[in-house]
Ligand binder design. Structure first.
Ligand SMILES: [Zn+2]
Length: 497
């Protein structure tokens, strides 16, 4: 099957604002071929004609090292790509490919002595994956995936419009190991759970190991992060903006060199999420390891030699809160009286805390995990320290196996008076909100609160080994109250109203 690359942004753009029929709208534009910008003469531009993005064909195919001939008399363009010959005629929607007739979505046109051809045609006939970023006014062409064109398929590809229900997203979301036992994992689609921009770092959390393609582009300066074989998790839109066209923008106010961070499901065939960090001036970056293979951090706090750490000139003004759901993945934590894992208590509660913090405009929340994975404790510490977080809160459920009566809430800090202050404030709210026995605030040398460098606490919300208490702790209602109390405590401590 012929691969066809679709453009969500393009379609979304056309639905919102299409130029009136027949009019060609020139746009100040760029063409990027295999990550390199093609230089275009000043008078040559991408045009939008009848809902088609039209590109200057000669410049493109010459950069692809194809042979192009122009016959002034017949107004014909002949493109030779290996053994394939494509013939186009200006103002005619019919073209021929190896002698067979195909129909273009729009007839080639001449503007400023340049022949313009719909990008769809380039994609279909030349095996190039094509996309159009309407925000950047940039055409992206990728020639790497050349596939032979099967007869009779040209011009029959349906227009794919952005949909909000996107059934194919869930369709692909099956585990090939589970479904066929063959152990093939190559087609497993990754999902972005969350994007954060904190401390001048873009943090991408996903449910799989994603290898990003990162390019630095100029004019305007930006860093483009492409995530192959990746789409947005179903829950993504519930924690941050994602419009019907599967696009959104992160809040980056306060970062002096960042004009915008935008993201989109850039293509669906294959799936690819794109994040663009739009810069006010050129900025180096380094890709640093996140907590685990499911986290990518693109750090902009570096100079051009990419080695020196440069603290951000001005903070975002937002307080950075790291929430650490205890255990996870291979580490189940303790086992409750009803044989439930602690990790399955800490995660939903922590996600409730996250949801509440996301509503706080003056707080940026980063999770050490947002799914059933196990980042090691040193990694959790490293993340919080690297982000220069203002507050670190680790959430746990308690257990005392030989004392089924043991009950109550306790909060731990380690030595630092700032941590003790934070512990006192959160503990006060927690005990009041959930009404379990007050076991007090205690000093203890737990790694995640010892080795973090900011005010850090570890909460033991209650005893999962106590049957009455477990029932309370597992209830949605109680978890909502606990989450609100934790958030109230954090807000009071960092001084956010
Ligand atoms: Zn624990």
């Amino acid at each position: 099957m012929k691969k066809f690359s679709l453009l969500i942004l393009l379609c979304a753009f056309f639905i919102i604002s299409c130029p009136s029929k027949g009019e060609a709208a020139a746009v100040q534009s760029k063409i990027i071929l295999d990550s390199k910008e093609i230089s275009m003469p000043a008078n040559v531009q991408v045009h939008v004609v009848n809902e088609n993005v039209m590109i200057p064909i000669r410049i493109v195919v010459e950069n692809l090292k194809f042979k192009v001939d122009w016959d002034q008399k017949s107004q014909g363009v002949k493109i030779q790509q290996d053994a394939k010959i494509i013939s186009l005629t200006v103002n005619q929607q019919e073209a021929t490919v190896d002698g067979k007739q195909v129909v273009l979505t729009a007839a080639p046109q001449v503007k400023n002595e340049t022949v313009l051809v719909p990008i769809r045609f380039v994609s279909e006939q030349m095996g190039i994956s094509v996309s159009w970023d309407n925000l950047d006014k940039t055409v992206y062409l990728t020639s790497s995936n050349k596939e032979s064109i099967k007869d009779g398929q040209a011009g029959t590809v349906e227009t794919v419009l952005p949909t909000t229900d996107a059934p194919e997203v869930t369709e692909v979301d099956t585990d090939p190991i589970a479904s066929n036992g063959s152990g093939q994992t190559t087609n497993l689609l990754n999902h972005v759970n969350r994007l954060n921009f904190v401390n001048n770092q873009l943090i991408i959390s996903s449910d799989g190991a994603v290898t990003p393609n990162i390019s630095r582009l100029t004019n305007p300066d930006r860093i483009v992060v492409d995530l192959p074989n990746t789409t947005f998790a179903d829950s993504f839109g519930s924690v941050q903006p994602l419009d019907a066209g599967l696009k959104g923008i992160l809040d980056v106010s306060g970062y002096p060199n960042i004009s915008e961070v935008r993201y989109s499901l850039f293509t669906r065939d294959p799936y690819q999420v794109r994040v663009v960090i739009a810069l006010k001036q050129a900025n180096a970056y380094q890709l640093i390891p996140g907590l685990d293979s499911n986290m990518l951090i693109i750090d902009l706090n570096v100079t051009e030699d990419s080695t020196t750490y440069v603290p951000p000139v001005v903070g975002s003004g937002r307080k950075i809160v790291v929430i650490d759901p205890g255990h996870g993945g291979s580490d189940p934590g303790t086992t409750s009286i009803t044989n439930k894992h602690e990790k399955d208590f800490t995660l939903p509660l922590s996600l409730k805390v996250q949801a509440l913090l996301l509503k706080e405009p003056n707080i940026a929340v980063v999770m050490t995990r947002d799914s059933d994975v196990y980042p090691t404790r040193p990694k959790r510490v490293q993340l919080a320290n690297q982000l220069k977080a203002d507050v670190f809160v680790s959430i746990h459920g308690n257990s005392l196996l030989n004392s089924p009566q043991a009950n109550g809430t306790e909060t731990y800090y380690y030595q630092r008076s700032s941590s003790k202050d934070l512990a006192n404030v959160i503990h006060k709210y927690l005990v009041k909100a959930i009404g379990l026995r007050d076991r007090g605030v205690k000093n203890e040398s737990f790694q995640v609160i010892r080795e973090t460098t900011m005010p850090a606490v570890l909460l033991e919300i209650g005893f999962l080994s106590n049957s009455a208490e477990e029932m309370i702790l597992q209830s949605d209602d109680m978890q909502n109250k606990a989450a609100q109390a934790i958030v109230d405590g954090i807000k009071e401590y960092v001084g956010v109203k």
